[in-house]
Design a protein around this ligand. Structure first.
Ligand SMILES: CC(C)(COP(=O)(O)OP(=O)(O)OC[C@H]1O[C@@H](n2cnc3c(N)ncnc32)[C@H](O)[C@@H]1OP(=O)(O)O)[C@@H](O)C(=O)NCCC(=O)NCCS
Length: 158
């Protein structure tokens, strides 16, 4: 499928789909406790998805809203079989369009920082940078050995 064909939208909660998608990307999501937390979060958090022609969920983004002026990507995960085909970008575009309409001024995401050598997360950071996220700070929020990079994207006033 071409990268422009995917359409993302606000959806119902899909914890079972989150559980399934996480199993397709064990290099990024290998910790059972943290995966359980994401699945639990998927039961209540604002959920954006991309579905394929059969209606199956192939990408999920969960959003946190700490303040009215900021939206945080709590989780973004795409089925391994369709990586690189525009699913993640379609979800960020939909979240951002909605954010601008609501007067949100900042998108935020936390990911593994570059001081960790993981090659998969290097691609993840590239994905965010490509969409306009800027590195703000690398912190020890997640403890030693797991550098947490906070990234933000300023949005235009609506
Ligand atoms: C990161 C992720 C959400 C991106 O979604 P996607 O649908 O694969 O990405 P898109 O097709 O919309 O965008 C492609 C761009 O992202 C980059 N990218 C990042 N991770 C990638 C991956 N695993 N596979 C393919 N492309 C990836 C590509 O390099 C490409 O940029 P380029 O054209 O300049 O090379 C998805 O690959 C994924 O689920 N990765 C594993 C989980 C993860 O990293 N989650 C975020 C944790 S903070």
């Amino acid at each position: 499928m071409s990268s422009t064909a995917w359409v993302a939208g606000l959806d119902q909660q899909v914890p079972e789909d989150v559980a399934r998608l996480l199993t397709t990307v064990p290099e990024w999501f290998a910790q059972p406790d943290s995966n359980e937390e994401y699945i639990e979060a998927a039961r209540s958090k604002e959920t954006w998805t991309v579905r394929n022609d059969e209606g199956m969920v192939v990408g999920v983004t969960l959003i946190d809203r700490h303040f009215p002026h900021v939206a945080e990507v709590h989780l973004i995960v795409v089925d391994r079989s369709v990586h690189g085909t525009g699913v993640g970008t379609a979800m960020l575009r939909a979240v951002e369009d909605d954010a601008v309409r609501r007067g949100v001024r900042l998108l935020q995401v936390k990911t593994l920082g570059a001081s960790h050598p993981d090659p998969g997360y290097a691609r993840t950071r590239h994905f965010y940078e490509r969409w306009g996220f800027l590195s703000l700070e690398e912190t020890a929020l997640w403890g030693e050995g797991t550098p947490c990079l906070i990234m933000v994207k300023p949005l235009p006033a609506s």
